[in-house]
Design a protein. Sequence first.
Length: 114
Amino acid sequence: MKRSPLNPVSKKRQKLNVARRIFVKRILEERSNCEAQIPGVCSNWATDVHEIMTRARGGSILDEFNVLALCRRCHSFITENPAFAQEHGFIVHSWATSADLIAADRAREVYRHG
């Protein structure tokens, strides 16, 4: 069976990937502790950058107000529990308005600080 080679990454995508790596490094240096701190899950040390509104939903992967620094365990929990994540402001839908984003921010604050 003949297989075709993988398509190369476009120059535009290469630039975005480089910018993303620099962005992630900066965010993790600035925010070293997990910003979710889910009880019974959190390992406290941020290793991942999570988009509140994913790129697939129209969010920016380079907007510091659209990301949270999370430990791997909290990031996995949020990904695997979308209802919990939405309720507590860790994800928003593509149709979210500015008011929804503010409400999500408040929900995260209430969740973290009781």
